[in-house]
Design a protein around this ligand. Structure first.
Ligand SMILES: *Cc1c(COP(=O)(O)O)cnc(C)c1O
Length: 479
């Protein structure tokens, strides 16, 4: 069992011996208000450098990451993140600048942001955008605020926002927080948005529709042009959840499908490390009619220099303290430049090929929810296994940890019972995909021969099965 730093602390042990200082020493209590630090926390662990290095190296070995193994977490695009992205993110001129510096001294990062927006405009088929949002969900919220501002400017009161039942939970949440009334649209028997369902809600109170494409079942919304037309004809706006852009990069563009706003998840599609809640970047890109409402500051190129412009009278205002998650932008732009147009095209081709390869192999082992050609991901259902053997999807997912891979997303999308949502991404080799298939074969064998081993899984990880409800309700944040 790994000990805490405070447990291995030794009085007076130091990592560095510093030259004598002529500045008077202050006690920690004199710097922090006494209420900030609990009595027991006032002791800062005293350790040598090697103690610290061993502690954190040991902890890092207990973790799982995409640099360690296969990570087919559906909807999250856990692709390999090329290390060249880290090199550029570390450039002095990006790492050591301050947001309050004069614009003339941060031309490099402003140029990068400007050119990134240009690239994303081209990739999405939109006119312009903002890099400020810190995540996809934040982008959705900003997009919804743009919808509001647009209708306010037109003097229209539109309240209803349509969201398909297969949507990511952030969609209805963002629409709701922005003040819309969320109306759920049922999927049809093929897992797609039903045109008839959309038509039912058309009226003068319709604000718009949020659509994820390909949707969270990994299926391309075939009727997207028709759906877009119905909503536009009714005076509504269209929001494209672009979290699944990895499936369509270089193939189709939301702008060409007549969408008004699209968010991208730079941390998913454009290869920047993410997980455990961050870091992220969820730029939104818009068409002509929503440009006036974009957040300030805008990044402009005038008189041969890049500048931050606040000259936007109809803007919804600021949506981030400064300019968003700069380091993620540097990584994403590096990725776009190193891949080039041809490379980005191949990303989606290989992501889709890999997903379909796995889909065909795995659907022979576990039932697939919608048995049709998919885009970047597909969803299996463990319903029959659960009914027949009493082994749940959670048990199957936990057992995968014993075999050294990260489990897929489970119990999402909500419309598939006992869902296992698998997204292999383009960066995995055929050998890795075949290895994953062999793991599922072994697990099916386990289910038949020794279901107990699944109920107890994971059996050989540093931490065993957690009581997830208790962990969420009674988190142990302190020792
Ligand atoms: C990941 C995801 C989101 C939310 O993005 P975050 O960056 O996690 O906030 C929204 N929609 C879909 C379909 C997603 O996969």
């Amino acid at each position: 069992m790994t000990k805490l730093l405070s447990e291995i602390s030794k009085n007076q042990r130091v990592g560095y011996i510093l030259p004598k200082t002529d500045i008077p020493q202050l006690s920690i209590e004199s710097i922090y208000h006494k209420n900030i630090l609990a009595e027991s926390d006032r002791q800062i662990p005293e350790l040598s450098e090697v103690d610290v290095i061993r502690h954190f190296t040991e902890l890092s070995k207990k973790n799982f990451g995409v640099d360690l193994g296969f990570y087919p977490l559906g909807s999250c695009t856990m692709k390999y993140n090329p290390k060249i992205n880290e090199e550029t993110a570390k450039f002095d001129g990006f790492l050591n600048i301050h947001p309050l510096q004069d614009e003339s001294t941060i031309q490099g990062i402003l140029e990068l942001q400007y050119k990134l927006l240009k690239s994303l405009s081209e990739i999405t088929g939109m006119k312009w955008g903002t890099l400020q949002p810190f995540a996809g969900a934040h982008g959705e919220f900003v997009g919804m605020k743009l919808f509001k501002a647009y209708f306010n400017a037109k003097g229209e009161k539109r309240t209803k926002l349509l969201v398909p039942d297969s949507a990511h939970g952030t969609n209805p949440a963002s629409a709701h927080i922005a003040g819309f009334e969320v109306v759920e649209i049922k999927s049809d028997e093929n897992g797609l948005v039903s045109i008839d369902e959309v038509k039912k809600h058309v009226g003068s109170d319709l604000a718009g529709l949020m659509l994820t494409n390909p949707n969270t079942l990994g299926l391309f919304e075939k009727n997207i042009i028709e759906i877009a037309k119905i909503v536009h004809d009714a005076g509504g706006l269209l929001y494209y959840d672009g979290a699944n852009f990895n499936a369509i990069l270089g193939k189709v563009r939301p702008g060409d499908m007549n969408f008004d706003v699209v968010h991208l998840n730079l941390h998913k599609t454009f290869s920047t490390p993410h997980g455990g809640g961050g870091p992220g970047s969820g730029p939104i890109m818009v068409n002509e009619k929503l440009i006036p409402f974009l957040p300030v500051p805008d990044i402009v190129f005038e008189n041969n220099s890049y500048m931050l412009s606040y000259n936007k009278p109809q803007s919804i205002g600021r949506v981030s303290g400064f300019y968003g998650n700069i380091a993620v932008m540097v990584r994403a732009y590096t990725y776009i430049l190193t891949m080039g147009q041809k490379g980005l095209n191949e990303v989606s081709e290989k992501a889709v090929l890999n997903a379909n390869y796995l889909r065909v192999k795995l659907s022979k082992l576990i039932k697939i929810a919608y048995d049709t050609i998919c885009k970047h991901e597909f969803v299996l259902t463990g319903k029959e296994i659960k009914e027949k053997y009493g082994v749940s999807t959670l048990d199957i997912a936990k057992r995968m940890l014993d075999y050294g891979v990260h489990p897929p997303t489970i119990y999402f999308p909500l419309i598939v019972p006992e869902a296992l949502m698998i997204e292999p991404t383009e960066t995995e080799s055929k050998e890795t995909l075949d290895y994953f298939v062999s793991i599922i074969e072994s697990i099916i064998k386990d289910i038949n021969e020794n279901p107990e081993i699944l109920h107890n899984a994971p059996n050989n990880t540093p931490i065993k099965r957690l009581d997830e409800v208790k962990a969420a309700k009674e988190p142990k944040l302190k020792w």
